[in-house]
Ligand binder design. Structure first.
Ligand code: FES
Ligand code: FES
Length: 152
């Protein structure tokens, strides 16, 4: 076991992990942050997307030990003082979710995309989110939600 410390959603968390432990399972099972979903476990679907030092990563592709000393933001950390993040609101207002399974990862990827491209075209949004799959195929409204935040 290795002792590591990760700042998760602004709070320093210390935990003991096996070196092979994936970050997504440390978040879900050790820290109880179940908003980050596991869809494939093989870097395909993006359901597990979180921010690592401000950049979106698939947390099933990162070892927990690789996050030692770094900052992680999960979907739970996007709200502030109980108010939804504008991207969370936009997904809600634009009906950008059906079953909701892909939604946390989509939102984390979308916020990261807008940080890099504040005014993306439709095509850039689709390209930027290509690593996130929606099994309900709700892509049209997801793009609309991201456009709404970019436009605001
Ligand atoms: S669970 Fe990580 S990419 Fe699918
Ligand atoms: S809303 Fe169901 S997987 Fe995307």
């Amino acid at each position: 076991m290795r002792s590591i410390a990760i700042t998760v959603n602004g709070v320093r968390r210390e935990l003991d992990v096996e070196p092979r432990q994936l970050l997504v399972y440390a978040l879900r099972e050790q820290l109880g942050l179940t908003g980050t979903n596991v869809g494939c476990d093989t870097t395909t679907c993006g359901a597990c997307t979180v921010h690592l030092d401000g950049e979106s990563v698939k947390s099933c592709t990162v070892l927990a030990v690789q996050a030692d000393g770094r900052e992680v933001t999960t979907i739970e950390g996007l709200q502030s003082n109980g108010d939804l993040h504008e991207m969370q609101r936009a997904f809600h207002e634009n009906h950008a979710l059906q079953c909701g399974y892909c939604t946390p990862g989509m939102i984390m990827a979308a916020t990261s995309l807008l940080k890099e491209h504040p005014d993306p075209s439709d095509e850039e949004i689709r390209y930027g989110l290509e690593g996130n799959l929606c099994r309900c195929t709700g892509y049209h409204n997801i793009v609309k939600a991201v456009q709404a935040v970019a436009g605001a």
